[in-house]
Design a protein around this ligand. Structure first.
Ligand code: ATP
Ligand code: MG
Length: 137
């Protein structure tokens, strides 16, 4: 069974829509194998988004990700990685298809409600970044 990592970002946590977003995953047939609410440190956010270190928006991205708590979740199911990306919608809410999480809850390309792993290889790395094996059940 495939696993992928989801992060409900600080904007969506502040809007109090954590339950609504988790329900979308469950309603789409994904199972919550692990979940927790945490405050990322600057070091955490820089390490997590290290692949974007050279991008012009890296500083803003890190500031945003540490601006409040996030909810990190391991989603499990058939085609979990691709299914989660489909539920999320495009990076910018302006381009996200109607009915997607970003279309419904995101404000901007920075404050875009959710993160989802973009490959199975990255999913394994990202899950391992946040969770011990015994926490994933
Ligand atoms: P995520 O990795 O968060 O799931 P994504 O895979 O859709 O989103 P990426 O290209 O990996 O998009 O970018 C990572 C994050 O960096 C985006 O979610 C967004 O918050 C931010 N970002 C991407 N492009 C821009 C941009 N042009 N300006 C500002 N922020 C951006
Ligand atoms: Mg990405």
């Amino acid at each position: 069974m495939e696993q992928t990592l989801s992060i409900i970002k600080p904007d969506a946590v502040a809007k109090n829509v954590v339950g609504q977003i988790l329900a979308r995953f469950e309603n789409a047939g994904l199972r919550i194998a692990a979940t927790k609410k945490i405050q990322l440190s600057r070091t955490d956010a820089e390490a997590f988004y290290a692949v974007h270190a050279e991008r012009p928006f890296f500083g803003e991205l890190v500031e945003f990700m540490i601006s409040g708590p996030v909810v990190v979740t391991v989603l499990e199911g058939e085609n979990a990685m691709a299914k989660n990306r489909e539920l999320m919608g495009a990076t910018s809410p302006k381009e996200a298809a109607a009915g997607t999480i970003r279309a419904d809850f995101a404000e901007s390309i920075d404050a875009n409600a959710v993160h989802g792993s973009d490959s199975l290889e990255n999913a394994a790395v990202e899950i391992n970044f946040f969770f011990a094996q015994r926490e994933i059940v």
